[in-house]
Design a protein around this ligand. Structure first.
Ligand code: COA
Ligand code: ZN
Length: 312
């Protein structure tokens, strides 16, 4: 399988990143950061989620955020939704696409949405009806697709079965979420090949967290399997509030830097993206894990007189 020449990067920082932040980020600040992402050429943004505001108060302003986003460049604006109520709210607000989510693991699904996996899947039928009436495409995400912090390894067959249900329901793609950074290159290869064989025709997106430092290595494994769609978060912010030990997503600037160096096109301006990431760090008020935003792209050369010469 050859690597793709072009990759779709979906920025999930405004959802997966902000949802773990305790202090409320003002709506205007969220909008400003998303508009900066759009100006940097990011083609797709998961801008917020329409979940219970009691579960995730940080994202209670999803509709207001969407209303302030610059839509002139045709950036695809995706809303994460857990159920029909979320779908109705997101469609009403005018989201371009929805993304439903369910965990491969029963225990994480219960923690995350207070439902069994089957109850979540059954509820997606009504989500599809709402979305179909509005002509809004629906993506499906599988959380804990590479392992669960409560249950351990997730059978690849379970991931395949959920993906099959997504396809049967008419969803446009499946995203494999590595909620607590349990993915490894062999697991990525196994899952990608399983889906290609058993659910062909359903485009795959990979969503990694860098919890154990394997984020970009897993991206390399995905690229070698021909996967051309990845989700990441600005400055490496992120994590699920309902999974213990969850930490940041793979970092968008670091991902784009890697793809640039591999000669894979993204349409994103890396320097501008680094500027957005530094702005995110300022807003959050603590050091964030992104690397390239600190060091700059590798050929951003420095003046020799920036450092002293070591003389003995
Ligand atoms: N948006 C807004 N409110 C919602 C909602 C939604 N999508 N879904 C349910 N609610 C409201 C209901 O209207 C009800 O309100 P009321 O008490 O004022 O009547 C209340 O929430 C309880 O509804 P119920 O269906 O019983 O939900 P629940 O308490 O079992 O919680 C979820 C289920 C899915 C709503 C909740 O667990 C949730 O929002 N989880 C999201 C977690 C998340 O975002 N995780 C990170 C992403 S991976
Ligand atoms: Zn995530």
């Amino acid at each position: 399988m050859s690597r793709p020449s072009k990759v779709m990067v979906t920025e999930v920082g405004p959802r997966d990143g902000f949802q773990i932040e305790h202090d409320f980020i003002p709506t205007e600040t969220k909008i400003a950061l998303i508009n900066e992402l759009i100006a940097a050429g990011v083609p797709r943004v998961e801008f917020s989620s329409f979940v219970s505001p009691r579960a995730v108060p940080q994202l209670a302003d999803a509709a207001l955020v969407l209303a302030g986003i610059d839509r002139s460049r045709g950036t695809e604006l995706i809303a994460l939704v857990p159920n029909a109520k979320g779908a109705a709210r997101a469609v009403e607000a005018g989201a371009d696409a929805l993304c439903v989510f369910v965990s491969a693991s029963e225990s994480h699904n219960r923690k995350n949405v207070n439902r069994t996996v089957e109850e979540s899947l059954a509820g997606f039928e009504e989500v599809m009806q709402i979305a179909n009436r509005a002509g809004t495409p629906v993506h499906g995400a599988i959380a804990t697709a590479f392992g669960c912090p409560f249950e351990g390894d997730m059978p690849v067959g379970q991931v395949g079965r959920i993906a099959q249900r997504f396809q049967d329901l008419g969803m446009v793609g499946v995203s494999l979420g590595d909620t607590t950074g349990m993915a490894t290159p062999p697991l990525v290869v196994e899952r990608c090949r399983h889906l290609k064989k058993h659910v062909p025709g359903l485009p795959v997106t990979l969503h990694f967290h860098n919890t154990r430092g394997l984020g970009l290595v897993n991206v390399m494994a995905g690229l070698d399997e021909g996967v051309d769609s990845y989700e990441s978060s600005f400055a490496g912010l992120g994590g699920c509030p309902f999974a213990p030990g969850a930490t940041g997503n793979i970092c968008t600037e670091d991902l784009v830097n890697l793809l640039n160096e591999l000669g894979i096109e993204t349409g994103i301006d890396l320097s501008a993206l680094c500027g957005v990431a530094r702005h995110v760090e300022q807003v959050i008020g603590r050091a964030l894990p992104g690397q390239v935003m600190k060091a700059g792209p590798r050929l951003n050369l420095r003046a020799e007189d920036e450092v002293r010469t070591a003389v003995g």
